[in-house]
Design a protein around this ligand. Structure first.
Ligand code: CLF
Ligand code: SF4
Length: 431
């Protein structure tokens, strides 16, 4: 196995452990092209502003401009992953790359990573960040099992940086000018050093902006080499005015192919270069250059694997109990073909049982419920609902006070409808 076919300037991989990490990652190794990656669009906010970014579009650090079709909650992300894995079993990498910055959305990012690891503990977890929050969140990423990291570092000179970043939000303050750029650069380098020390495989992305950082790429790559970054990805600025970015509207052009080649050649003297980047969307799925249509996939036949459903019911006939008051759940397996009653699930109720919610009493660990796909109840508070979503469990009150049988049969009909819609598409009735 040649694991260093990363580009003309490849260097030896340092350890066997790294080799295993590189081998199946389509971005870190050209040989990883047999494998697919999946991005989870769970991170809408950002803590900096780049002049090549318009928040209506995906993060330009990792994505070509184009709206994310739909933001996902961690629970939705886990379900999408299950579906993708069934249809694209080569999916070896799950990344979070926007549409904002994953570390500016730490709760959703970490919850999504946890939910994915629960579904498949072997999948490689990958994060792409601007690096501002990295020093604070590195430990959490390591604990979550992230081993592949990308930091977008466009320069290490704040005089250049202030032309790229109009502001940086740090320590509850909006910084501007040179101070903003210096703060970001310091944090990026601090995070880079710590991540490498912790054994992560770190790629650095640099957006090449003619007249702004093109003369600086060689010095930047030298510094990245000194730190021990694994690979460098010099990407061309995309600055179509139609995208509404500051650079696009100001007429800042992107590099020509010759300029890009030259920058990569200069940077390649110090750093292995990635040259096969697709500047993908924050919701991209599939092998690089062969993205699959996620909307079509979401309409694909439901798996035969039944949904595991828990119901909060006092009467055992109706869905008539508040989630917080349930001390046991009726449980069912529901698929397009059958509804099977399972053993009741005993549970230490979440609230004290009084009519009013008492926040201080709501401290229970909900992870024992994480083997259910859905919980049906009459009411639920926002906090447990969010916490369960982060565990990959969807809670719905849409069947409140309805008959259990009717609710389960409505869910089954949805699964049947999904199945027939997908089979109609597969015989060419679409479009
Ligand atoms: Fe995604 Fe980025 Fe991970 Fe790859 S993409 S988070 S490292 S799994 Fe890859 Fe896409 Fe280029 Fe990014 S081709 S934009 S480098
Ligand atoms: Fe946009 Fe990404 Fe820059 Fe944030 S880090 S401003 S989302 S390009």
């Amino acid at each position: 196995m040649t694991i260093h076919a990363l580009g003309e300037q490849s260097k030896d991989t340092k350890t066997k452990e790294q080799a295993a990490l590189v081998e199946k990652h389509p971005c870190f190794s050209k040989e990883g092209h047999r494998y697919a990656r999946m991005h989870l669009p769970v991170a809408p906010a950002c803590n900096i502003q780049c002049n090549y970014c318009n928040r209506k579009f995906d993060c330009s650090n990792e994505t070509r401009p184009g709206v994310v079709s739909k933001l996902l909650s961690p629970a939705m992300a886990a379900r999408r992953f299950q579906k993708v894995k069934q249809h694209v079993p080569e999916t070896q990498v799950v990344g979070i790359a926007g549409p904002g910055d994953p570390l500016a959305n730490p709760k959703a990012t970490l919850a999504s990573l946890k939910a994915i690891a629960k579904v498949d503990s072997d999948v490689h977890l990958c994060i792409s960040t601007n690096g501002l929050a990295l020093p604070d969140q590195l430990n959490d990423l390591i604990k979550a099992g992230v081993k592949h990291l990308t930091i977008t570092i466009n320069c290490i000179d704040a005089n250049i940086g202030q032309k790229i970043y109009p502001w940086v939000y740090f320590n509850q303050q909006r910084l501007r000018g040179r101070l903003a750029a210096q703060t970001l650069i310091d944090r990026q380098l601090m995070g880079l050093e710590a991540a490498i020390k912790a054994g992560m495989l770190v790629k650095v992305n640099t957006v090449l902006i003619p007249g702004i950082n093109d003369h600086h790429i060689e010095a930047l790559a030298e510094e990245l080499g000194r730190y021990g970054a694994f690979i460098h990805n010099v990407m061309p600025l995309i600055s179509d005015p139609a995208h509404g970015t500051y650079f696009g509207l100001m007429g800042q052009r992107g590099p020509t192919k010759e300029e890009l080649d030259q920058a990569r050649a200069l940077a390649g003297q110090s750093m292995s270069q990635m040259t096969h980047c697709q500047q993908c969307r924050a919701d991209a799925v599939g092998k690089l250059g062969q993205d699959i249509d996620i909307a079509a996939l979401e309409n694909a036949p439901a798996s035969n694997k039944p949904l595991r459903i828990a119901i909060a019911s006092k009467s055992k006939l109706l869905i008539d109990q508040h989630f917080g008051h349930a001390s046991e759940f009726s449980t069912y397996l529901v698929s397009a073909d059958c509804i099977d009653k399972q053993a009741d699930f005993s549970w230490q109720q979440y609230c004290s049982g009084s009519d009013e919610c008492e926040p201080e009493s709501q401290q229970k660990d909900l992870s024992a419920l994480n083997h259910f796909d859905q919980i049906l109840c009459s009411r639920i508070g926002l906090a447990p609902k969010q916490e369960l979503a982060e565990l990959g469990v969807e809670v719905t009150t849409q069947y409140a006070l309805r008959d259990i049988e009717q609710a389960l049969s409505a869910i089954q009909q949805q699964l049947q409808a999904q199945r027939s819609k997908a089979s109609a598409c597969s015989v060419g009735e679409c479009g």
